[in-house]
Design a protein around this ligand. Structure first.
Ligand SMILES: *Cc1c(COP(=O)(O)O)cnc(C)c1O
Length: 467
Protein backbone atom coordinates (compact mmCIF):
# COMPACT_ATOMS: atom_id res chain seq x y z
CA UNK A 1 0.00 0.00 0.00
CA UNK A 2 1.42 3.37 -1.01
CA UNK A 3 0.16 6.89 -0.34
CA UNK A 4 -0.40 9.80 -2.68
CA UNK A 5 -1.19 13.45 -2.09
CA UNK A 6 -4.78 14.63 -2.56
CA UNK A 7 -3.35 17.45 -4.71
CA UNK A 8 -1.65 15.10 -7.12
CA UNK A 9 1.98 16.14 -6.46
CA UNK A 10 4.99 13.96 -5.63
CA UNK A 11 5.65 10.28 -5.91
CA UNK A 12 3.68 7.59 -4.06
CA UNK A 13 5.18 6.90 -0.62
CA UNK A 14 5.09 3.93 1.74
CA UNK A 15 3.37 4.25 5.13
CA UNK A 16 6.67 4.40 7.03
CA UNK A 17 7.70 7.48 5.01
CA UNK A 18 4.52 9.43 5.78
CA UNK A 19 4.22 8.28 9.40
CA UNK A 20 5.94 11.35 10.82
CA UNK A 21 4.43 13.80 8.33
CA UNK A 22 1.49 16.14 8.46
CA UNK A 23 0.95 17.74 5.08
CA UNK A 24 2.29 16.30 1.84
CA UNK A 25 5.02 18.49 0.25
CA UNK A 26 2.47 19.94 -2.24
CA UNK A 27 0.20 21.05 0.59
CA UNK A 28 -2.25 18.16 0.20
CA UNK A 29 -2.99 15.25 2.52
CA UNK A 30 -1.81 11.69 2.10
CA UNK A 31 -4.41 9.10 1.09
CA UNK A 32 -4.04 5.47 0.01
CA UNK A 33 -3.30 5.06 -3.68
CA UNK A 34 -6.30 2.78 -3.63
CA UNK A 35 -8.32 1.37 -0.75
CA UNK A 36 -7.55 -2.27 0.09
CA UNK A 37 -10.72 -4.32 -0.43
CA UNK A 38 -11.83 -6.99 2.01
CA UNK A 39 -14.12 -9.75 0.81
CA UNK A 40 -16.70 -11.82 2.68
CA UNK A 41 -14.03 -14.40 3.51
CA UNK A 42 -11.79 -11.71 5.08
CA UNK A 43 -14.67 -10.41 7.15
CA UNK A 44 -15.61 -13.91 8.27
CA UNK A 45 -12.01 -14.49 9.39
CA UNK A 46 -12.05 -11.24 11.39
CA UNK A 47 -15.23 -12.01 13.28
CA UNK A 48 -14.31 -13.16 16.76
CA UNK A 49 -10.87 -11.55 16.73
CA UNK A 50 -9.71 -9.69 19.82
CA UNK A 51 -9.11 -5.95 19.43
CA UNK A 52 -5.32 -6.30 18.99
CA UNK A 53 -5.80 -9.11 16.47
CA UNK A 54 -8.29 -7.04 14.52
CA UNK A 55 -6.04 -3.98 14.69
CA UNK A 56 -3.14 -6.02 13.34
CA UNK A 57 -5.27 -7.53 10.54
CA UNK A 58 -6.46 -4.09 9.38
CA UNK A 59 -3.27 -2.10 9.92
CA UNK A 60 -1.20 -4.68 8.07
CA UNK A 61 -3.30 -3.87 4.99
CA UNK A 62 -2.51 -0.16 5.36
CA UNK A 63 1.05 -0.09 6.70
CA UNK A 64 4.27 -1.57 5.31
CA UNK A 65 5.64 -2.41 8.77
CA UNK A 66 6.99 -5.97 9.09
CA UNK A 67 4.49 -8.23 10.88
CA UNK A 68 7.11 -9.13 13.47
CA UNK A 69 7.33 -5.44 14.45
CA UNK A 70 3.70 -4.37 14.01
CA UNK A 71 2.19 -7.19 16.04
CA UNK A 72 4.01 -6.40 19.30
CA UNK A 73 3.43 -2.65 18.84
CA UNK A 74 -0.30 -3.22 18.49
CA UNK A 75 -0.32 -5.70 21.38
CA UNK A 76 1.49 -3.21 23.65
CA UNK A 77 -1.00 -0.45 22.73
CA UNK A 78 -4.41 -2.06 23.01
CA UNK A 79 -4.30 -3.45 26.53
CA UNK A 80 -6.82 -3.68 29.33
CA UNK A 81 -4.39 -1.73 31.50
CA UNK A 82 -4.48 1.31 29.17
CA UNK A 83 -8.09 1.14 27.97
CA UNK A 84 -9.84 -0.29 31.02
CA UNK A 85 -11.25 -3.43 29.42
CA UNK A 86 -10.20 -6.24 27.14
CA UNK A 87 -12.77 -5.05 24.62
CA UNK A 88 -10.88 -1.72 24.30
CA UNK A 89 -13.97 -0.19 22.66
CA UNK A 90 -16.92 -1.85 24.40
CA UNK A 91 -20.36 -1.67 22.80
CA UNK A 92 -23.36 -1.07 25.07
CA UNK A 93 -26.91 -1.65 23.89
CA UNK A 94 -29.07 1.20 25.21
CA UNK A 95 -32.25 0.12 23.56
CA UNK A 96 -33.16 -2.36 20.84
CA UNK A 97 -30.97 -1.50 17.89
CA UNK A 98 -29.45 1.54 19.62
CA UNK A 99 -25.83 1.13 20.68
CA UNK A 100 -23.12 3.21 22.24
CA UNK A 101 -19.53 2.51 21.19
CA UNK A 102 -17.24 3.39 24.11
CA UNK A 103 -14.20 5.11 22.63
CA UNK A 104 -13.20 7.21 25.62
CA UNK A 105 -11.70 4.79 28.13
CA UNK A 106 -8.05 5.64 27.46
CA UNK A 107 -5.69 7.77 29.58
CA UNK A 108 -7.08 11.18 28.51
CA UNK A 109 -10.74 10.07 28.52
CA UNK A 110 -11.38 10.97 24.85
CA UNK A 111 -11.59 8.86 21.71
CA UNK A 112 -8.37 10.33 20.33
CA UNK A 113 -6.41 8.07 22.69
CA UNK A 114 -7.23 5.10 20.50
CA UNK A 115 -5.22 6.48 17.62
CA UNK A 116 -2.63 8.42 19.56
CA UNK A 117 -1.59 5.67 21.93
CA UNK A 118 -0.68 3.66 18.83
CA UNK A 119 0.97 6.65 17.20
CA UNK A 120 3.18 7.20 20.26
CA UNK A 121 4.47 3.64 19.96
CA UNK A 122 4.83 3.86 16.17
CA UNK A 123 6.85 7.07 16.52
CA UNK A 124 9.19 5.61 19.10
CA UNK A 125 9.65 2.52 16.91
CA UNK A 126 10.31 4.43 13.70
CA UNK A 127 12.63 6.97 15.32
CA UNK A 128 14.62 4.32 17.16
CA UNK A 129 15.01 2.35 13.98
CA UNK A 130 16.38 5.27 12.00
CA UNK A 131 18.25 6.92 14.88
CA UNK A 132 16.18 10.09 14.44
CA UNK A 133 14.51 12.62 16.70
CA UNK A 134 11.27 14.46 16.14
CA UNK A 135 9.66 17.59 17.49
CA UNK A 136 5.94 17.17 17.30
CA UNK A 137 4.03 20.40 16.77
CA UNK A 138 0.25 20.21 17.10
CA UNK A 139 -2.87 22.27 17.64
CA UNK A 140 -5.70 21.28 19.91
CA UNK A 141 -9.16 22.50 20.76
CA UNK A 142 -8.93 20.39 23.90
CA UNK A 143 -8.83 16.65 23.43
CA UNK A 144 -6.08 16.12 20.85
CA UNK A 145 -3.59 17.90 23.03
CA UNK A 146 -4.05 15.79 26.11
CA UNK A 147 -4.32 12.59 24.07
CA UNK A 148 -1.09 13.41 22.23
CA UNK A 149 0.72 14.40 25.38
CA UNK A 150 -0.36 11.29 27.26
CA UNK A 151 0.75 9.22 24.26
CA UNK A 152 4.17 10.87 23.90
CA UNK A 153 5.15 11.89 27.44
CA UNK A 154 8.49 10.42 28.38
CA UNK A 155 8.97 8.80 24.94
CA UNK A 156 12.55 8.69 23.66
CA UNK A 157 13.65 11.06 20.90
CA UNK A 158 10.35 12.99 20.93
CA UNK A 159 9.45 16.49 22.15
CA UNK A 160 5.91 17.84 21.97
CA UNK A 161 4.88 21.47 21.33
CA UNK A 162 1.14 21.75 21.72
CA UNK A 163 -0.76 24.92 20.82
CA UNK A 164 -4.11 25.39 22.56
CA UNK A 165 -6.55 28.33 22.52
CA UNK A 166 -6.16 30.11 25.84
CA UNK A 167 -9.34 30.06 27.91
CA UNK A 168 -11.35 28.10 25.34
CA UNK A 169 -11.06 24.66 26.89
CA UNK A 170 -12.85 23.28 29.92
CA UNK A 171 -10.94 23.60 33.20
CA UNK A 172 -10.56 19.83 33.25
CA UNK A 173 -9.18 19.71 29.69
CA UNK A 174 -6.71 22.50 30.38
CA UNK A 175 -5.58 20.83 33.61
CA UNK A 176 -5.08 17.51 31.85
CA UNK A 177 -2.52 19.06 29.53
CA UNK A 178 -0.98 21.78 31.63
CA UNK A 179 -0.42 19.56 34.67
CA UNK A 180 1.97 17.23 32.85
CA UNK A 181 5.46 17.79 34.21
CA UNK A 182 7.40 15.68 31.71
CA UNK A 183 10.42 17.53 30.34
CA UNK A 184 9.57 16.60 26.72
CA UNK A 185 6.15 18.31 26.86
CA UNK A 186 5.74 22.04 26.00
CA UNK A 187 2.29 23.62 26.30
CA UNK A 188 1.73 26.87 24.40
CA UNK A 189 -1.51 28.68 25.31
CA UNK A 190 -2.28 30.90 22.30
CA UNK A 191 -4.24 34.15 22.60
CA UNK A 192 -6.80 33.16 19.96
CA UNK A 193 -9.19 30.40 18.89
CA UNK A 194 -8.45 26.85 17.78
CA UNK A 195 -8.26 27.82 14.11
CA UNK A 196 -5.52 30.34 14.89
CA UNK A 197 -3.60 27.46 16.48
CA UNK A 198 -4.27 25.20 13.52
CA UNK A 199 -3.23 27.88 11.03
CA UNK A 200 0.07 28.36 12.85
CA UNK A 201 0.73 24.63 12.74
CA UNK A 202 -0.09 24.62 9.03
CA UNK A 203 2.25 27.54 8.42
CA UNK A 204 5.02 25.70 10.25
CA UNK A 205 4.32 22.51 8.25
CA UNK A 206 4.50 24.55 5.07
CA UNK A 207 7.94 26.00 5.90
CA UNK A 208 10.10 23.15 4.68
CA UNK A 209 13.40 24.71 5.67
CA UNK A 210 12.24 25.25 9.25
CA UNK A 211 10.68 21.82 9.33
CA UNK A 212 13.84 20.10 8.18
CA UNK A 213 16.12 22.13 10.46
CA UNK A 214 14.05 21.39 13.56
CA UNK A 215 12.82 17.91 12.56
CA UNK A 216 9.16 18.88 12.91
CA UNK A 217 6.53 16.15 12.86
CA UNK A 218 2.78 16.16 13.40
CA UNK A 219 0.19 14.27 15.35
CA UNK A 220 -2.79 16.47 14.53
CA UNK A 221 -5.79 14.91 12.93
CA UNK A 222 -4.35 15.07 9.41
CA UNK A 223 -1.75 12.44 10.31
CA UNK A 224 -2.65 9.37 8.25
CA UNK A 225 -1.63 6.85 10.92
CA UNK A 226 -4.32 8.24 13.20
CA UNK A 227 -6.96 7.67 10.58
CA UNK A 228 -5.68 4.13 10.01
CA UNK A 229 -5.91 3.33 13.73
CA UNK A 230 -9.47 4.65 13.87
CA UNK A 231 -10.64 2.39 11.07
CA UNK A 232 -10.29 -0.55 13.45
CA UNK A 233 -13.13 0.29 15.84
CA UNK A 234 -15.66 0.52 13.03
CA UNK A 235 -14.91 -3.14 12.34
CA UNK A 236 -14.99 -3.94 16.05
CA UNK A 237 -18.43 -2.34 16.44
CA UNK A 238 -19.76 -3.99 13.30
CA UNK A 239 -18.81 -7.43 14.62
CA UNK A 240 -20.17 -6.65 18.09
CA UNK A 241 -23.56 -5.60 16.70
CA UNK A 242 -23.71 -8.03 13.75
CA UNK A 243 -25.02 -7.13 10.31
CA UNK A 244 -25.19 -3.85 8.45
CA UNK A 245 -24.99 -0.81 10.76
CA UNK A 246 -25.15 2.95 10.68
CA UNK A 247 -22.77 5.09 12.72
CA UNK A 248 -23.49 8.48 14.28
CA UNK A 249 -20.25 10.41 14.69
CA UNK A 250 -19.76 13.71 16.56
CA UNK A 251 -17.53 15.55 14.10
CA UNK A 252 -15.14 18.46 13.97
CA UNK A 253 -12.01 17.89 11.94
CA UNK A 254 -13.69 14.98 10.14
CA UNK A 255 -11.01 12.45 11.20
CA UNK A 256 -13.27 10.05 13.06
CA UNK A 257 -16.03 9.85 10.46
CA UNK A 258 -13.51 9.80 7.59
CA UNK A 259 -12.06 6.62 9.16
CA UNK A 260 -15.59 5.23 8.84
CA UNK A 261 -15.52 6.18 5.18
CA UNK A 262 -12.25 4.26 4.78
CA UNK A 263 -13.78 1.23 6.54
CA UNK A 264 -16.74 1.42 4.17
CA UNK A 265 -14.48 1.75 1.12
CA UNK A 266 -12.59 -1.31 2.37
CA UNK A 267 -15.83 -3.25 2.20
CA UNK A 268 -17.32 -3.03 5.71
CA UNK A 269 -21.12 -3.09 5.38
CA UNK A 270 -21.88 0.36 6.74
CA UNK A 271 -25.22 1.80 5.73
CA UNK A 272 -24.96 5.40 6.81
CA UNK A 273 -22.25 7.57 8.21
CA UNK A 274 -24.13 10.22 10.14
CA UNK A 275 -22.08 13.38 10.64
CA UNK A 276 -23.14 15.33 13.73
CA UNK A 277 -21.91 18.87 14.23
CA UNK A 278 -22.58 21.46 16.88
CA UNK A 279 -23.44 25.11 16.19
CA UNK A 280 -20.26 25.30 14.08
CA UNK A 281 -21.99 23.50 11.27
CA UNK A 282 -19.66 23.83 8.28
CA UNK A 283 -19.88 20.08 7.65
CA UNK A 284 -23.64 19.84 8.08
CA UNK A 285 -24.05 22.75 5.69
CA UNK A 286 -21.95 20.95 3.08
CA UNK A 287 -23.89 17.70 3.29
CA UNK A 288 -27.20 19.56 3.08
CA UNK A 289 -26.32 22.03 0.33
CA UNK A 290 -23.10 20.98 -1.46
CA UNK A 291 -21.46 24.20 -0.33
CA UNK A 292 -18.45 24.00 1.96
CA UNK A 293 -18.09 27.44 3.43
CA UNK A 294 -15.02 28.02 5.56
CA UNK A 295 -15.62 30.59 8.26
CA UNK A 296 -13.29 33.18 9.66
CA UNK A 297 -11.89 32.69 13.14
CA UNK A 298 -14.24 35.40 14.45
CA UNK A 299 -17.24 33.41 13.22
CA UNK A 300 -16.32 30.30 15.24
CA UNK A 301 -18.65 29.99 18.20
CA UNK A 302 -17.37 28.81 21.56
CA UNK A 303 -19.86 26.04 22.32
CA UNK A 304 -20.48 23.51 25.07
CA UNK A 305 -19.03 20.78 22.81
CA UNK A 306 -15.73 22.60 22.36
CA UNK A 307 -13.78 19.81 20.68
CA UNK A 308 -15.96 20.35 17.63
CA UNK A 309 -15.53 24.13 17.46
CA UNK A 310 -13.89 24.47 14.06
CA UNK A 311 -14.29 26.75 11.05
CA UNK A 312 -12.98 24.21 8.55
CA UNK A 313 -12.42 20.49 8.78
CA UNK A 314 -8.89 19.46 7.93
CA UNK A 315 -9.66 15.89 6.90
CA UNK A 316 -12.53 16.95 4.67
CA UNK A 317 -10.04 17.32 1.82
CA UNK A 318 -9.45 13.56 1.88
CA UNK A 319 -13.13 12.86 1.40
CA UNK A 320 -13.49 15.59 -1.22
CA UNK A 321 -10.68 13.85 -3.16
CA UNK A 322 -12.91 10.79 -3.46
CA UNK A 323 -15.91 12.93 -4.42
CA UNK A 324 -14.02 14.47 -7.35
CA UNK A 325 -13.12 11.01 -8.61
CA UNK A 326 -9.65 10.92 -6.96
CA UNK A 327 -8.39 13.51 -9.42
CA UNK A 328 -5.57 15.45 -7.77
CA UNK A 329 -5.50 18.25 -10.33
CA UNK A 330 -9.23 18.82 -9.95
CA UNK A 331 -8.97 18.80 -6.17
CA UNK A 332 -6.06 21.25 -6.29
CA UNK A 333 -8.05 23.65 -8.48
CA UNK A 334 -10.99 23.51 -6.08
CA UNK A 335 -8.79 24.11 -3.06
CA UNK A 336 -6.99 27.01 -4.71
CA UNK A 337 -10.41 28.57 -5.25
CA UNK A 338 -11.38 27.85 -1.65
CA UNK A 339 -8.36 29.79 -0.44
CA UNK A 340 -9.52 32.90 -2.28
CA UNK A 341 -13.27 32.86 -1.81
CA UNK A 342 -13.76 30.75 1.27
CA UNK A 343 -16.48 28.63 -0.35
CA UNK A 344 -16.23 25.40 -2.26
CA UNK A 345 -19.40 24.92 -4.22
CA UNK A 346 -20.12 21.39 -5.42
CA UNK A 347 -23.91 21.81 -5.48
CA UNK A 348 -25.47 20.39 -8.62
CA UNK A 349 -22.27 18.58 -9.68
CA UNK A 350 -21.56 14.88 -10.14
CA UNK A 351 -19.10 15.20 -7.28
CA UNK A 352 -21.90 16.19 -4.90
CA UNK A 353 -24.16 13.46 -6.26
CA UNK A 354 -21.47 10.95 -5.17
CA UNK A 355 -22.17 11.87 -1.54
CA UNK A 356 -25.23 9.61 -1.60
CA UNK A 357 -23.11 6.65 -2.79
CA UNK A 358 -20.77 7.14 0.16
CA UNK A 359 -23.60 6.87 2.71
CA UNK A 360 -23.04 10.28 4.31
CA UNK A 361 -25.87 12.25 5.91
CA UNK A 362 -25.66 14.97 8.54
CA UNK A 363 -27.31 17.16 11.12
CA UNK A 364 -26.40 19.64 13.80
CA UNK A 365 -27.12 20.23 17.44
CA UNK A 366 -27.47 23.29 19.64
CA UNK A 367 -26.72 23.87 23.30
CA UNK A 368 -30.41 23.30 24.13
CA UNK A 369 -30.46 20.05 22.10
CA UNK A 370 -27.32 18.93 23.90
CA UNK A 371 -28.81 19.51 27.35
CA UNK A 372 -32.06 17.79 26.36
CA UNK A 373 -30.19 14.76 25.01
CA UNK A 374 -28.01 14.45 28.12
CA UNK A 375 -31.19 14.61 30.23
CA UNK A 376 -33.05 12.11 28.10
CA UNK A 377 -30.22 9.54 28.01
CA UNK A 378 -29.84 9.91 31.78
CA UNK A 379 -33.55 9.45 32.39
CA UNK A 380 -34.17 6.65 29.89
CA UNK A 381 -30.98 4.63 30.23
CA UNK A 382 -29.42 5.77 33.53
CA UNK A 383 -26.31 6.74 31.59
CA UNK A 384 -24.33 9.98 31.69
CA UNK A 385 -22.97 11.10 28.32
CA UNK A 386 -20.68 13.97 27.50
CA UNK A 387 -21.81 16.94 25.35
CA UNK A 388 -20.10 15.69 22.15
CA UNK A 389 -21.56 12.24 22.49
CA UNK A 390 -24.95 13.88 23.04
CA UNK A 391 -24.62 15.78 19.75
CA UNK A 392 -23.99 12.45 18.01
CA UNK A 393 -26.96 10.76 19.65
CA UNK A 394 -29.28 13.66 18.84
CA UNK A 395 -28.40 13.69 15.15
CA UNK A 396 -28.10 9.89 14.97
CA UNK A 397 -31.66 9.43 16.22
CA UNK A 398 -32.94 11.87 13.58
CA UNK A 399 -31.50 9.61 10.88
CA UNK A 400 -32.32 6.29 12.51
CA UNK A 401 -33.92 3.76 10.19
CA UNK A 402 -36.22 0.89 11.07
CA UNK A 403 -34.31 -2.39 11.24
CA UNK A 404 -30.83 -0.85 10.91
CA UNK A 405 -28.80 -0.91 14.13
CA UNK A 406 -27.48 2.52 15.02
CA UNK A 407 -24.11 2.83 16.72
CA UNK A 408 -23.49 6.19 18.38
CA UNK A 409 -19.92 7.00 19.22
CA UNK A 410 -19.07 7.98 22.77
CA UNK A 411 -16.15 10.32 22.13
CA UNK A 412 -15.41 11.61 25.64
CA UNK A 413 -16.19 11.00 29.30
CA UNK A 414 -18.64 13.41 30.96
CA UNK A 415 -16.02 14.17 33.65
CA UNK A 416 -14.20 16.35 31.10
CA UNK A 417 -17.19 18.68 30.76
CA UNK A 418 -18.55 19.07 34.27
CA UNK A 419 -20.07 22.51 33.69
CA UNK A 420 -22.46 21.28 31.02
CA UNK A 421 -23.31 18.13 32.98
CA UNK A 422 -24.18 20.29 36.01
CA UNK A 423 -26.35 22.49 33.83
CA UNK A 424 -28.16 19.52 32.31
CA UNK A 425 -28.49 17.22 35.30
CA UNK A 426 -27.85 19.37 38.37
CA UNK A 427 -25.17 17.00 39.56
CA UNK A 428 -21.46 16.35 39.23
CA UNK A 429 -20.21 13.89 36.63
CA UNK A 430 -18.50 10.80 37.96
CA UNK A 431 -14.72 11.15 37.99
CA UNK A 432 -12.74 8.10 36.94
CA UNK A 433 -10.13 6.99 39.47
CA UNK A 434 -6.92 8.99 39.35
CA UNK A 435 -8.55 12.25 38.21
CA UNK A 436 -9.99 13.36 41.55
CA UNK A 437 -7.76 16.40 42.14
CA UNK A 438 -6.68 17.16 38.60
CA UNK A 439 -7.40 20.91 38.58
CA UNK A 440 -5.44 21.42 41.81
CA UNK A 441 -2.17 20.09 40.39
CA UNK A 442 0.54 22.62 39.46
CA UNK A 443 0.38 23.69 35.79
CA UNK A 444 3.12 24.34 33.23
CA UNK A 445 2.41 26.43 30.13
CA UNK A 446 3.59 29.41 28.12
CA UNK A 447 1.08 32.09 27.00
CA UNK A 448 1.85 33.47 23.52
CA UNK A 449 0.29 35.65 20.81
CA UNK A 450 -1.17 33.99 17.70
CA UNK A 451 2.00 34.96 15.85
CA UNK A 452 3.74 32.38 13.66
CA UNK A 453 7.12 34.13 13.89
CA UNK A 454 7.17 34.28 17.69
CA UNK A 455 6.01 30.70 18.06
CA UNK A 456 8.60 29.45 15.56
CA UNK A 457 11.25 31.30 17.50
CA UNK A 458 10.13 29.65 20.74
CA UNK A 459 10.13 26.18 19.19
CA UNK A 460 13.43 26.85 17.47
CA UNK A 461 15.21 27.84 20.65
CA UNK A 462 13.72 24.96 22.67
CA UNK A 463 14.72 22.40 20.06
CA UNK A 464 18.24 23.71 19.69
CA UNK A 465 18.71 23.59 23.45
CA UNK A 466 17.76 19.92 23.44
CA UNK A 467 20.23 18.78 20.75
C1 LIG B 1 -11.90 15.48 18.48
C2 LIG B 1 -13.24 15.21 19.04
C3 LIG B 1 -14.35 15.13 18.21
C4 LIG B 1 -14.28 15.41 16.73
O1 LIG B 1 -13.59 14.40 16.04
P1 LIG B 1 -13.01 14.72 14.58
O2 LIG B 1 -12.20 13.51 14.25
O3 LIG B 1 -12.16 15.94 14.72
O4 LIG B 1 -14.16 14.92 13.69
C5 LIG B 1 -15.57 14.81 18.78
N1 LIG B 1 -15.69 14.61 20.11
C6 LIG B 1 -14.64 14.68 20.93
C7 LIG B 1 -14.85 14.46 22.38
C8 LIG B 1 -13.38 14.97 20.43
O5 LIG B 1 -12.34 15.03 21.26
Amino acid sequence: MRYVSTRGGGKPQPFTEILLEGLAPDGGLFVPEEFPRLGAADLAAMRGMSYPQLAFAILSKLADIPAGDLKPLVAATYTEKIFGSEDITPVKELDRGLHLLGLSNGPSLAFKDIALQLLGNLFEYALGKHGRRVNVVGATSGDTGSSAEYALRGKKNVQVFMLSPQGRMSAFQAAQMYSLQDANIFNIAVRGVFDDCQDIVKAISGDFAFKARHRIGAVNSINWARIAAQVVYYFKAYFAVGGEVSFAVPSGNFGNVYAGHVARQMGLPIRKLIVATNENNVLDEFFRTGRYRVRGAAEVKATSSPSMDISKSSNFERYAYDLVGRDGAKLRALWDGLGREGTLDLSGTDSFRRVADTGFVSGSSTHADRLATIQRVWKDYGLMVDPHTADGIKVGLEHREQGVPLVCMETAQPAKFAETIREALGREPVRPAGFENLEKLPQRFEVMDADVGKIKHYIGSATSRSV
